[in-house]
Structures are given as structure tokens and as C-alpha cells.
Design a binder for this molecule. Structure first.
Ligand code: TZP
Ligand code: MG
Length: 214
């Protein structure tokens, strides 16, 4: 049984991390309580991502957090990442599972109830559900779901853990968890924060408090 906590899930974006950089931002986030870090960069070369990803993996695994690579199977393999996150237009989950093996965590983005229903729990370990709100971080995002849309999708995929994404901040943790997701995935709430460790801690505290009473 794979064990992972989607509670506070950092998705990195070098454009939003700015001069601090992805590595320092991710280190601050895991020190602040992030349990998952996704290396997401649409423009870097595989070689650049592999170099960064190896350093990231060492830094975040020392905090018992896990490293997930967005889209790129070969990069995930070269890094020895803990997992891979796929969008609907990325590799087929069955092909990714065959290449990465059973130990890898594979996540899949879903934007509609039908896509959530179609996700195969034998191939997929968790769903990323969003965007909950409109966000400037992802230019081509689908129509925002709101909390009602998030709830409708979570209901369709009862067998899988879910992490919500899109315009989320610490104050949304209560509604996200009430809608049926296990946690919040964020880019700007951590990457663009003046103090990413404190920003992550604010998210962590909310998630833990809500879990304790629900
Ligand atoms: N997928 C759906 S929304 C999104 C991704 C990668 C970006 C979320 O970024 P932010 O800054 O947390 O709104
Ligand atoms: Mg993708």
C-alpha cells in the first residue's frame, strides 16, 4: 500500500518562484509542512529538469515529503522521482504505469465528472481536480469548478484520493476538504509568497485543524 499525504501539495513554477528559485522555495515549503512537491516546468530541457530534480529529491525526501514530476516520464525515471503527474493530454496512464512500475505514485488531472469516473484506480493513485477558481498561473485552464463542481467530481471518484487545485489559499481548506478532497495543491500561494515557509505553514495548520474536527 502506497502511503502519501496530499494535504499540502506544492506545484512549482520557476516564473513565480523568481530569484529565490525552485529549489529554495521547495525546501522552505517542506520545512513549512508540504508533503508533496511537483516539479512542473513547461519550458526547461530534460537535462535541466533532471539536474534540478535530483537536488530537489534529496532535499525534500529528507523531510519525508515526496517528489512528483509533471508530464515527463523519462525525467521522472532519471531522477528516481517518487511519482509522475499526468494531464489529460499527456502520456497514457497505462503506458506510464508500465514504464514506471507499481511503486511509483501516478496522479491524473481531471476537470469533469466524466473524466473522474473514467480514471482507473488500478493505474492511478490520486486525482488532481481543478481549477476550483480561475487562476493566472495556468493560461489554458478549463472552466472554474467552484466548490460545488469540486464536490461533484470528488463524488465520482470515491475510490481515489483527490487534491484540489486552482486559485487556492489557506482560507479555502475548509471548503476543499468538505467537498471531498484530501488536500490543496498550490502554485502561487507558496511560490509567490514573500515567506514561502510561513505561507506553507498557514496552509498546513488549516488542513490539520480541519482534519482534526472532520
Ligand atoms: N492546474 C489547474 S490550475 C493550475 C494547474 C497547474 C495552476 C494553479 O496555480 P495557482 O497559482 O495555485 O492558482
Ligand atoms: Mg501535463
Amino acid at each position: 500500500m502506497k502511503s502519501f499525504d496530499l494535504g499540502v501539495y506544492l506545484v512549482t513554477d520557476p516564473r513565480l518562484c523568481g530569484p529565490r528559485g525552485v529549489l529554495a522555495t521547495a525546501k522552505a515549503a517542506v520545512a513549512g509542512g508540504a508533503t508533496m512537491v511537483q516539479l512542473r516546468d513547461k519550458t526547461a530541457s530534460d537535462a535541466e529538469l533532471i539536474a534540478l530534480g535530483k537536488a530537489l529529491k534529496a532535499a525534500i525526501n529528507s523531510h519525508a515529503a515526496l517528489l512528483i514530476v509533471n508530464d515527463r516520464i523519462e525525467v521522472a525515471l532519471a531522477i528516481g522521482a517518487d511519482g509522475l503527474h499526468l494531464g489529460q493530454r499527456d502520456a497514457d496512464p497505462a503506458a506510464a504505469r508500465a514504464r514506471l512500475g507499481n511503486q511509483a505514485i501516478i496522479g491524473l488531472s481531471v476537470e469533469t465528472p466524466a473524466l473522474a469516473r473514467a480514471a482507473n484506480p488500478r493505474l492511478i493513485d490520486y486525482l488532481g481536480v481543478g481549477p476550483v477558481f480561475a487562476t493566472a498561473t495556468k493560461a489554458d485552464h478549463a472552466k472554474p469548478l467552484g466548490f460545488d463542481g469540486l464536490r461533484a467530481i470528488c463524488r465520482e471518484a470515491a475510490a481515489l484520493p483527490k487534491v484540489a487545485i486552482g486559485g487556492l489559499r489557506a482560507e479555502h481548506a475548509k471548503d476543499v476538504i468538505a467537498a471531498g478532497a484530501q488536500g490543496l495543491a498550490v502554485v502561487s500561494a507558496i511560490c509567490a509568497a514573500a515567506d514561502p515557509q510561513a505561507a506553507t505553514w498557514a496552509l498546513r495548520t488549516q488542513v490539520d485543524q480541519i482534519r482534526a474536527i472532520s
